[in-house]
Write a protein that binds this ligand. Sequence first.
Ligand code: SF4
Length: 359
Amino acid sequence: MNIAMNERMMTGALTFEKIKYLLLLDDKADIAKLIEKARQKRDTTIGNKVYLRGLIEFSNRCAKNCLYCGIRASNSNVERYTVSDDDVIEAAMFALKNKYGSIVLQSGERSDREFTSHISSLLQKIHEATGHNLRITLSCGEQSEEVYREWFRLGAQRYLLRIEASNPELYKKIHPDNENHSYNRRLRSLKTLIDSGFQTGTGVMIGLPFQTIDDLINDLIFIRDSGVVMVGMGPYVEHAETPLYEHRGKLLPAEKRVELTLKMIAILRLMRPTINIASTTALQTLDENGRELGLRAGANVIMPNITPVLYKKEYDLYEGKPALHDEPDEVGEAIEKLITNVGCQVGWSEWGDSKFYSN
Ligand code: SF4
């Protein structure tokens, strides 16, 4: 491998061809070089701080049927729950006391008024209980502009809405073909979120059946050009109780999906040095050191799961999700060690807004 060539491919504007070259790197030393370059880029632009988002999976009730998802509405094996307001507030207080700085409220997607009003009321209760000291991210799917604006007004500063696959054809293959799962509607929702003032995040799954390298390159270009300031990308992890499972024979081995995810994180860090990039739980599912590897590749956000233990195991998006039985405080300690072990600092009690957004 020509080293000069390699360096050139990692610098300057990352074109389609350069991204392809980097994604196809196969030599371990070359991949290590890409990852090191991304880590340096992060450290020299936004620093080596890693921010904590306490993840509260407050309801697994969902009206949709994404073909890859374990908690899809049609999966009757899932015991449905909604965490009580008191327990959500307790989890938020846990995050505050343990200096997490921010929380993410995540649920299945529903757009009925009972649900949207419940979120509005939760936002108010959490801010009241925590003295407005926590940033709140919502991850509750596609909603009307009116609902997004109401939640923003009530103090949800950030919103995560993953596109999952930016190629409309691939999107169609992993979602039912109906208006409720429309690619264009999802795109419009992303734009509405950005226009409503949210720090908006998106992300994709890596290693899906039917996905090509060109799809992944276009995912990175989509993310770069979409105006989002936060990204969560993880390897696709199959779930036996989903329709997509029948295509598991087409999947790359788990370690290759992890490697591809790390390259995606590293390349994105080079393309957008100041955005927030999460090292996701899905990475940890396929490799017990997955989140550390994500941080080494340039990620700067970790989302410890602080859902009350009673409910955690029913938020089963994919198989093998880790830490299902951990008490939240054990997760917290493990996270601190994880971050310092990879040469980063913990952004204790910091909101950790994306510098890309601030700028
Ligand atoms: S991915 Fe989200 S919207 Fe789709 S079925 Fe799962 S929880 Fe529901």
